[in-house]
Design a protein around this ligand. Structure first.
Ligand code: FAD
Length: 508
């Protein structure tokens, strides 16, 4: 069945951080926007990152001062916009005899602080690891501390999609762009539903005045598929993997470990019980739908950790792993570790109505979106100006965490502290909307496990586009780690509930 009714100003292909950020910015400027994502929102690279909002201390070695400065400024902007999701975190850098000279690190950190000029993040300093409680191996006594921020990357995507929707954008997960042809000044875009339980026609055509291809690692492959020829600009696909192990150390700080090959590896406290260790960098030309860690990568990450931490890891300690592919611009002759992490906006048509996004970081998605809108100004001369810099993301509009905590506690005096804490960190001030009308523990409805109840699931279906258990357990929340400890029937029960609710929502 084909339906050709719909017309939009801007169609964005790809529901990762860049696509969602562009949709949010464009919708807030008054454009009629549609965002299409072939899987779930954030199911691509944007949920497989190291989860840092950072300037990228390492990029200073490659003289990427412009990128580091841009990313450091964004670190402040985003931390203010979503304080429930983005939190400052200290990084300790232990020094080994094989590390960079202390004077070089000192100079790099001085420059990092100078470029940031932050009012939120503390300045770097020299520190000692000589305490008997140090988690590091004997003999590691000196180092440095600097600050960056940790983020729940997939939720940042959801928040941007919500911001877009609140400004009138249509958000269409499980919808793949399968055809694109020029139609007058604009584009005719063929979309195909990829959801088994979809209520929309399986194929439909949209007329769009402009199209942004924000398909991440798929960007060049999609262009080749749609136009039947190699695109003018190719991507350099660089795989990065992480391992998750039981907590390696006490304390809220993360570690940046310098390896003998010159690379750095992060060990970051993760979800109360774990440490996240990553990442690797390896050229990749395999399937993008299922990217997995190799044994060599696992051994590499374990070896770096073991060179520093007293607690020695083995493969059997690895609780979980994940891998993603960086969609970088192809800079011929450059080693994968040195290819720029900055973004590039490619104009395909003289009148700028088709753009493709190459590269970029989670940290710089908002400035990328502003730059995209600047490029589209020729197509939409009447649209509004930049607006996202000083506006909170959904759930981020609260004065203090303590104040919000008190508000949630008085709205839900019956709720246990763990749930309140998790809701606050997940939904921020939108926790109050999620709990609206519930006046008792029983009012949350059926519990599926790990404190996840029907009320929260309904909310995630209704306002966050969740369509199956995986969408909820791994991207809207990280309760997947807790569900893995339960019987598989817990996930099946959740899936069954979601499918039932979605079926009930379909108009007869
Ligand atoms: P994606 O998130 O991949 O989104 C593209 C989307 O397009 C996908 O969801 C895909 O399903 C969809 N799509 C593809 N084809 C179609 C189609 N035909 N129709 C509809 N949808 C389609 N950055 C940081 O700032 N901090 C970090 O700590 C950090 N760590 C990283 C660690 C690793 C290992 C990697 C790989 C990257 C890291 N990055 C980090 C970079 C960052 O994760 C990426 O630059 C960013 O997520 C890219 O977002 P995106 O929206 O361009 O791509």
């Amino acid at each position: 069945m084909t339906d050709t009714q719909e017309q939009v100003d801007l169609l964005v292909i790809g529901g990762g951080i860049n696509g969602a950020g562009i949709a949010a910015d464009a919708a807030g400027r008054g454009l009629n926007v549609m965002l299409v994502e072939k899987g779930d929102l954030a199911s691509g690279t944007s949920s497989w990152s190291t989860k840092l909002i950072h300037g990228g201390l390492r990029y200073l070695e490659f003289y990427e001062f412009g990128l580091v400065r841009k990313a450091l400024l964004e670190r402040d902007v985003l931390t203010k916009a979503a304080p429930h999701l983005i939190k400052p975190i200290a990084f300790n850098i232990p020094q080994l005899p094989t590390s960079r000279p202390a004077i070089m690190l000192r100079a790099g950190l001085f420059l990092y602080d100078f470029l940031a000029k932050s009012s939120i993040f503390k300045r770097s300093r020299a520190i000692s690891f000589a305490s008997p409680n140090s988690p590091l191996r004997k003999g590691i006594s000196k180092g440095f501390e600097y600050w960056d921020a940790q983020v729940d990357d997939s939720r940042l995507v959801i928040l941007n999609a919500q911001q877009a929707a609140r400004n009138g954008a249509a958000i269409a997960p499980y919808t793949e762009c399968v055809g694109l042809e020029q139609s007058g000044e604009g584009w005719r875009v063929k979309l195909r539903s990829t959801a088994a339980n979809s209520a929309t026609p399986s194929e439909r055509t949209i007329e769009a005045r402009a199209v942004v291809n924000a398909a991440g690692p798929w960007v060049a492959r999609l262009l080749a598929k749609l136009f039947g020829k190699k695109p003018p600009l190719d991507t350099r696909l660089v795989k990065g993997s992480h391992i998750i192990v039981p907590k390696l150390h006490e304390g809220a700080q993360a570690f940046m470990l310098q390896h003998t090959d010159g690379r750095v590896i992060f060990v970051i406290p993760y979800l109360d019980h774990y440490s996240l260790i990553g990442t690797t960098e390896a050229e990749y030309d395999g399937a993008l739908e299922k990217v997995e860690i190799s044994d060599e990568e696992t051994d590499y990450l374990i070896a770096v950790s073991n060179a520093y931490f007293a607690k020695q890891l083995e493969r059997s300690d690895v609780v979980s792993t994940y891998s993603g592919v960086r969609p970088l611009i192809d800079e011929e002759g450059k080693d994968a570790t040195k290819v720029s992490r900055d973004y590039h906006i490619e104009r395909h048509a003289a009148h700028s109505s088709l753009l493709s996004i190459y590269g970029g970081k989670v940290t710089t998605y908002r400035t990328l979106a502003e730059d995209v809108m600047g490029t589209l100004a020729a197509v939409f001369p009447q649209m509004g100006g930049s607006w996202t810099k000083a506006v909170a993301l959904p759930g981020g509009d609260f004065e203090s965490t303590q104040g919000l905590l008190s508000q949630i506690k008085s709205a839900a005096p019956w709720a246990d502290p763990d749930s309140i804490n998790r809701w606050l960190q997940t939904y921020g001030s939108d926790t109050l909307a999620m709990l609206s009308g519930v006046d008792s523990r029983a009012g949350l409805g059926e519990e599926f496990g790990a404190g996840l109840c029907a009320r929260e699931v309904d909310y995630l279906i209704d306002v966050e586009w969740a369509r199956c258990a995986e969408d909820i357990l791994w991207r809207r929340t990280k309760l997947g780690y807790e569900f893995e400890k339960l019987e598989p029937s817990a996930v099946e029960r959740l899936d069954h509930y979601i499918h039932q609710r979605l079926a009930d929502l379909v108009p007869a």
